[in-house]
Design a protein around this ligand. Structure first.
Ligand SMILES: [Mn+2]
Length: 442
């Protein structure tokens, strides 16, 4: 029969992570890391299950109702996991389970217990401990047991987040797979676009590509045609895209838990208009400058500052802003260019699409310095919603929304773009759009 899951990374990678994690934990502590709860969509039907990134990171466990536990005994840390036990009746309905035997033999964990025994076993461990390291709010039963102990509870994410910021070679390989898959999916979307296509149809082309490769979307795909591209988290995807309009597609896949995150913007009829070209090339220059700024030793904000400078200068040149460069940029990069470029340029990418480890270390710590193995997105954009009453823009740019986003690894040899298979030059895009259509759309 065999197990229903397998480890995406070598067994020893998980063991090493656990060891590094334990180094920061006092020996009289009990570690309890619950996974995500199952979420209901409607009545008794659930959303597709996704384990917590922390439990995936520590031991690769994908099934729900699990808790990773560790405590110090004699002279070493003992790792264990609570899992759903084998249960023919439940498995007939919900699917096969790894069970306790499978967990302790094939996963990087010494002992495995049934989750049905958690109260007794955890209470027993609590009585031998002085502190608890746990993540609250994911497992109600666990929270109750912990609360009744009256021990100090410390959030282990402070330690785990810093570990997760730097990706291993194995993780970067998985992220490269995820990025390549999403790049190909965007190319499929470009090839099958035509005037009058529905946003939902482009969404389905891209997501079909994910599922046909045993992957899934790492977040809700954004497909916005025309003015809809000027709404940053547009999710309706229910409008028809007119001849002459651009479509902005922000969609990424997940491979073995690791996310990719790509945005491309293309004309559905295959030809950029002059005003679209002007804005597109400005965003592209900003994106290229921001990627170049992704260097070891530079502050986290380097990519955003590089993109912002190009955008501010370009907006003046196009007559959209009527002021000096310094005024356009503002003292703290908060000048009027922000009316059209409202978001940040980069976020961390990893097990979570908006991964842990943002611009600062901890909440109020110093700005993070870019180091080899960090993976971040670079995604400047410009948005001229015709519906916006708060901005004044030349009519030729009204209704244009453009974002270009790639995934970048920081390396000693400069930025490595994981999404480089996905074209972004105007000539490359124009050559692709509509090329995969059958005759009735050509
Ligand atoms: Mn992103």
């Amino acid at each position: 029969m065999g197990t229903t899951s397998r480890l995406p990374l070598p067994y020893d990678d998980y063991k090493n992570r656990q060891e590094i994690f334990f180094k920061d934990i006092p020996k009289e502590s009990l570690i309890l890391i619950p996974t995500n709860p199952v979420c209901y969509r409607s009545n008794d039907t659930t959303f597709p299950y996704r384990a917590s990134s922390y439990i995936l990171y520590l031991c690769g466990w994908k099934e729900p109702n699990a808790i990773f536990m560790a405590y110090y005994k004699s002279d070493s840390w003992v790792t264990s996991i609570f899992v759903q036990p084998r249960d023919t009746k439940a498995e007939i309905w919900e699917g096969r389970r790894v069970g306790t035997e499978g967990a302790s033999s094939d996963w990087p964990i010494e002992d495995a217990y049934s989750v049905n025994d958690m109260e007794n076993i955890i209470s027993g461990q609590i009585s031998k401990s002085e502190k608890i390291y746990s993540i609250k709010g994911l497992n109600e039963s666990l929270d109750k047991i912990i609360q009744s102990s009256e021990l100090e509870v410390i959030d282990p994410r402070v330690i785990l987040d810093e570990m997760r910021v730097i990706k291993s070679e194995g993780e970067i390989l998985l992220m490269q797979k995820s990025a390549s898959l999403a790049s190909q999916a965007h190319i499929e979307g470009m090839k099958k676009s035509f005037s009058g296509i529905g946003e939902w149809e482009i969404q389905s082309i891209i997501e079909a590509y994910f599922s046909s490769n045993k992957s899934c979307a790492s977040y809700g795909s954004i497909v916005g045609g025309g003015d809809n591209a000027t709404i940053l988290h547009y999710h309706s995807n229910n409008s028809v895209i007119k001849n002459g309009d651009l479509v902005l597609v922000d969609a990424g896949s997940e491979v073995e838990g690791y996310a990719s995150d790509i945005t491309r913007t293309w004309p559905v009829n295959g030809k950029f208009t002059d005003p679209q070209k002007e804005i597109y090339n400005l965003v592209l220059s900003a994106e290229l400058a921001a990627i170049e700024a992704c260097k070891v030793g530079s502050p986290w904000s380097s990519s955003h500052h590089a993109a912002s400078k190009v955008i501010a200068k370009g907006l003046i040149e196009l007559g959209i802003l009527n002021c000096t460069f310094d005024e356009a940029l503002g003292e703290n990069y908060d000048g009027p260019y922000r009316k059209y470029f409202m978001h940040g340029t980069s976020h961390s990418l990893g097990l979570d699409v908006h991964d842990v480890g943002g611009g600062r270390q901890g909440d109020k710590g110093p700005q993070r310095i870019l180091q080899p193995g960090m993976v971040l997105t670079v995604e400047p954009g410009l948005y001229f919603g015709s519906w916006r009453e708060d901005i004044d823009i030349p009519i030729r740019y009204s209704g244009i929304g453009i974002r270009i986003e790639d995934d970048v690894v920081i390396t000693e040899n400069g930025p490595l773009v994981l999404t480089s298979e996905c074209p972004k030059e105007i000539s490359e895009i124009e050559a692709l759009v509509g090329q995969g259509l059958s005759d009735n759309h050509a």
